[in-house]
Design a protein around this ligand. Sequence first.
Ligand code: BGC
Length: 763
Amino acid sequence: MNRILLLMVAVATAAGLGAQKPVAQPANKMTAFVNALMAKMTVDEKIGQLNLLNPGGGVATGAVVSSGVESKIKSGGVGALFGIIGVDKIRQAQQLAVSSSRLKIPMIFGSDVIHGYKTTFPVPLALSCSWDLAMIERSARLAAEEATADGLSWVYSPMVDIARDPRWGRVVEGAGEDTYLGSKIAAAMVKGYQGNDLAANNTVMACVKHFALYGAAEAGRDYNSVDMSRLKMYETYLPPYRAAIDAGAGSVMTSFNDIDGIPASGNKWLMTDLLRKQWGFKGFVVTDYTAINEMVDHGVGDLQVASALALKAGVDMDMVGEGFLTTLKKSLQQGKVTQRQIDDGCRRVLEAKYKLGLFEDPFRYCDSSRTQREVLSADKRTAAREFGARSCVLLKNNNQTLPLKKSGTIALIGPLANNKSNMLGTWAVSGEPQLSVPVLDGMRSVGGSGVNILYAKGANITDDTALAKKVNVFGVRADVDSLSPDQLLTQALEVAGRADVIVAVVGEASEMSGEAASRSDISLPVNQQRLLQALAKTGKPLVVVLMNGRPLILNMEAELATSLLDVWFQGHEAGNAIADVLFGNYNPSGKLTMTFPRNVGQIPIYYNHKNTGRPQGAGPTQKFRSNYLDVSNEPLFPFGFGLSYTTFSYSEIKLNRTSMRAADQLQLRVTLSNTGQFDGEEVVQLYLHDEYASITQPVKKLKAFQKIRLQAGESKDIVFNLTVDDLKFVGSDLKPIYEPGNFTVFVGGNSRDLKQAKFVLVP
Ligand code: BGC
């Protein structure tokens, strides 16, 4: 029996547990290994494991990069690194840790692999619009394969923050506004990254972020305070994090905001009571970038106080700020933190290394033959193209202008039509923009020789040089052309005059969304609006292709456009994927996962709002109703909305019963018919409304969906089975409950246009 087993028996016996059955539990291999290692560690070495540094050289996402990294690694002062790219550099750094540090503990190498690694896939908000969980899981799987082939074992993804304020630039990194869909996507991504075996050389540890509620920053201003009821947290904001944890996510990242007046990185309720005790999370918690230091500005105390608070709250690893490294020992000596608290953090970090197989082979992820084979491989480009096409959302298509014919003359116009530097979207820290396919190239290759494509830029992304400067922090995204705005416009009109149809590719620069990219005005830049107005005046069919990282205000654009296709930011294969959709090689099937408002004053606007006591009735605005004097309550495009080149019709809903008991299953059936000319896919969405409940309920909640492919003319019965679990909501004690009463179930192709049926849950 080894020392640890003996110890366990002794402890169990001392606690009286051994009295009936004095059988020693076999010590878990990992625990035994970590115990043995920790027995050899000094306090400094333990604190070192809690230190995550960014040596620079890659992209720094905060204001600071770490210094003296090499000597810190040698002294055992670094547990993990991020921001260094490539097998050679990672191997070198790992070599330092495992040959020059006293205990030779390997480091974890992390990175922001957000939508692909070197091969860049569509931004997460775009992927979510596919409503295709298998595809989203595959995108994470491929990203994991590519990242591990380049030395990485840890990714800062998925971001599962529910977001209902499109002014917040980071809506682009998540799955939109809905809790149910967001939870499914969170789990799919974790599965994709981690696979079934974390120690395999092609899987990575996921890091769910940002815990928690980061998407609810007041006024959509990044890093701003969050203040919300526990009910709303439990019902709406927390489930996606929980879903990711339940799917096995190995790590969690804190958020920058405060919650109930306590910054997330120092919030014990959040990280210990909720995450670990209630949810049973066994992995480790890392802060966001310098989030401990930022607690000083939040106003909790100086760096020593903030670091002690973070450790005691349940943070295990300090990202870049070195608050732990520089103050924890002193706090220990002064009795402000305990040895046990430091040990807990160290243990969780070492366990992560063990699970990743790094103790067995610190170079497990440093196989350069894999780098050759798997980084930027052809299969990943093919997948990127497919993911791109499947993420597009068709918002308008008058006169069946789309798909375009592969003949005649097309005027391809716009600042994003022949542009490589914005195709990747934000948070593509390892993606090379120059490897992108611009729309012009994609259109030429997919359209083939029968179609004549003329190109003009037409406008800058913005003429506002102050704005351009702010979005050009990671390289030029918004350039100002040497031609004047008027000259650009004249060229565009000349080209448009020679064409049968105009395709205008407009939108945001990629860095107009993302971190620290909040906007108070989420319209298209005015100079692009001017371009569209001038193009519309030609009277020619105007197809507007929109690149954006958030819902935009598009009233005028939606009016002027004959067709409107939202393509978001698609990654490396943007041009090909967009051309596949425009020319009909792929029939669009995406559906919005965020509501598009009519104006900024409607924000926050989301489909599953409460009814209120004075709901807006049908017809015009009425006095003493919950509405506006100057705009309707309806969004421009609702959640779940998206057209296809074909049309779908839904039969009335058939229920197998109109009254159910808690033990029953309710079966719902609709016939979906493809009534148009093209084969296509439809996302059939099911929503529920609970009429009377002890907690007021939203007008509807998404509860299920299926993505169905039908050939032109084909019909199919779609079946959903509901149980009492689907009828639950969070009660006033914060536990899920159901209550007997009347329910309405809705089925349709978006959250607005729905068939409905009623049933009763009887006691
Ligand atoms: C972001 C995180 C990111 C981290 C590391 C922070 O600024 O909020 O999402 O993972 O930087 O780059």
